[in-house]
Design a protein around this ligand. Structure first.
Ligand code: ISE
Length: 338
């Protein structure tokens, strides 16, 4: 049976997911869209057969057409939407961040644990990107030996007007926090943030770029250059340095052109382009698992751990100090694997 999905939030990511569910993936349809801006919800619903527009998420979730929820509203609105979905026992794909801070993420996790079964997959889409998947598989073979360091570069063309210095960590580096935990199978134990004199291309007062160092409980280091006003393109690169070799992804050398005395390629301009395949596979995997009655992929624990690390990161940015991460105990519901 086709899965009826309510998409909560019809901004950039929500609208892209509506298009994806409607036109790209199989086994699901967009039954409802929700937005506090009624006109925006109605405009999106008008483009999809059999889709109803709502202003209130709980009302959409009460509809008999809705079997599952995709939360793509702003991070601050996630907790309320998640708890509403829990009250109706509806499976959820929740865009990152799970919630904006560790305390609210912990509340969501405790509510899911009280239900006694998983309902949430967190939208850390890089875990579905074919390059990251290959890197993880290679590290898993042990051929390169034990990973010692990860070097990450994360560049955006320009930051949106509402971006703050701490959002470089909570909104952007959140992805490297997740891939570091996932690739290495370690938790992150401490964070240090160093900043050069900001780029003249950064909007007034924004600490951009930043250099973030993550220490893991498995004795590895992961550094992140986050630069959200680089101006030239969207780049996400990672290199694992291991005892017997290194492995690198994100160079974007798939298509190399020779022309007029130069060689080169093109750089994507944003994440919907760079991670299109990852998003498609992520949402398809979520739909397939949901139709089988399963919940897979990054969990509420992963969302909570990312929130706790990012919160420590923001304190490290503000104080200029190394800040240790303290995590709650990992509930049995989420198994033993990082
Ligand atoms: C945005 O929210 C994302 O999730 C993108 O993947 C990231 O590159 C960007 O920096 C964030 O603001």
């Amino acid at each position: 049976e086709t899965l009826g999905i309510a998409v909560v939030g019809t901004g950039r990511m929500g609208a892209d997911h509506v298009r994806r569910i409607d036109r790209v993936i199989s086994g699901a349809r967009v039954a409802a869209v929700v937005d506090i801006d009624r006109a925006r919800a109605e405009a999106v619903a008008a483009g999809v057969d059999g889709c109803t527009a709502y202003v209130d998420a709980d009302e959409a979730m009460a509809s008999a057409d809705v079997d599952a929820v995709l939360v793509a509203s702003s991070g601050a609105a996630h907790e309320e939407a998640l708890l509403a979905a829990f009250a109706r026992d509806l499976p959820v794909l929740c865009e990152k961040p799970l919630t904006p801070d560790a305390a609210s993420a912990l509340r969501v996790m405790e509510a899911e644990v009280a239900l006694g079964h998983r309902l949430v997959q967190v939208g850390f889409m890089r875990r579905y990107d074919t390059e990251y998947v290959r890197l993880k598989a290679l590290l898993g073979t042990g051929q390169l030996g034990r990973p010692l360091m990860l070097h990450n570069r994360h560049r955006n063309v320009a930051s949106p007007p509402f971006f703050t210095s701490s959002m470089l960590i909570t909104d952007s580096v959140a992805h490297e926090v997740d891939v570091t935990r996932w690739l290495l199978g370690h938790e992150i134990s401490a964070v240090t943030v160093l900043c050069p004199e900001p780029s003249s291309g950064a909007p007034g007062g924004l600490r951009d770029p930043q250099f973030v160092v993550l220490e893991t409980d498995g004795g590895a280091l992961s550094d992140v250059e986050i630069f959200v006003n680089c101006g030239f393109g969207y780049q996400v690169q990672a290199e694992a340095v291991c005892e017997r070799g290194t492995a690198r992804i994100g160079d974007g050398h798939e298509l190399v052109t020779n022309m007029a005395g130069r060689w080169g390629g093109t750089i994507p301009q944003d994440w919907t382009e760079r991670f299109a395949q990852a998003y498609d596979d992520e949402v398809q995997a979520w739909v397939d698992a949901t139709r089988r009655g399963e919940v897979t992929g990054p969990s509420t624990w992963d969302g909570y751990a990312a929130a706790a690390v990012c919160e420590a990161g923001v304190r490290a940015l503000e104080t200029g100090r190394r800040v240790e991460v303290s995590l709650a105990e990992r509930p049995g519901l989420y198994g033993a694997e990082v």
